[in-house]
Write a protein that binds this ligand. Structure first.
Ligand code: FE2
Ligand code: FE2
Length: 246
């Protein structure tokens, strides 16, 4: 069968599957576009089942997904994180900081944007050293606060994105104060220093360049992410199967 025919067969199978299932979006997908106080708009459910597993519109994940499977099939594009990891490597950072750079924005890339550092750190907690999760959690906070001793200035891009009058919320001020006094402050600060957008748009970085670092510092569960019964396995399952009814 040619590649084109295969693609057509797959498309047809996905379309048939979609005819069988009802997909009701989680409130967080729609809140703001619709008033969350109102009952959800239910699609026509006659003769249909509610989706409880893989979403046929998405590329199917392996049964025992690895971090890299999530990068390839659920996060992305990941150029920013890859470039950030490459920059940390060039700047002579430790392997833990390079790993932190590689995974720091997985929440914006594949889960939830708001408070992305906190979400990503939580997802990662069972699998990496606490220095890495501290860096991932607090990079989001420290990005708003300059530290001249590391040559880190308030990002120009934030003035463009949020306007010149934007002031971080009080919870961010408190988190910044906490991070400053923490033993892992430097890890989080180094992440912000290497967290640069398009520092070189011509630099092409492959995920595989970080295979060894991930192998040494990310405890990939043998059951696959989402199926190892860790305290955050449910978050990985939700990224894998985001549209299940329950
Ligand atoms: Fe970030
Ligand atoms: Fe980033």
């Amino acid at each position: 069968m040619s590649a084109l025919m295969k693609a057509e067969v797959l498309d047809r199978a996905a379309a048939q599957a979609m005819d069988r299932y009802v997909i009701v979006k989680s409130t967080i997908y729609t809140s703001g576009e619709r008033d969350p106080r109102k009952p959800p708009e239910y699609p026509d459910t006659k003769d249909k089942l509610h989706l409880m597993h893989h979403d046929p519109r998405l590329p199917r994940m392996p049964d025992k997904p690895t971090l890299f499977d999530f990068f390839r099939l659920r996060f992305g594009p990941s150029i920013h994180m890859l470039q950030s990891a490459r920059l940390a490597q060039k700047n002579g950072c430790s392997e833990k900081i390079i790993l932190a750079c590689l995974i720091h924005d997985i929440a914006t890339g594949g889960f939830i944007r708001a408070d992305h550092g906190y979400w990503a750190a939580q997802m990662l907690e069972p699998y990496v050293d606490e220095e890495v999760t501290f860096a991932v959690r607090y990079h989001q906070v420290l990005r708003f606060y300059p530290d001249e001793s590391y040559g880190y200035k308030y990002p120009e891009s934030y003035i463009r994105l949020f306007g010149p009058d934007y002031k971080p919320e009080p919870y961010l001020d408190r988190a910044h104060d906490h991070a400053r006094k923490h033993k892992y402050y430097e890890a989080a600060r180094l992440l912000t220093v290497n967290d640069l957008y398009a520092f070189d748009p011509d630099v092409h970085v492959e995920l595989e360049e970080f295979t060894d670092i991930v192998g040494r510092h990310f405890r990939q569960p043998k059951e696959g992410l989402g199926f190892d019964d860790s305290p955050t396995a449910h978050m990985w399952r939700t990224v894998n199967w985001p549209t299940r009814y329950l």
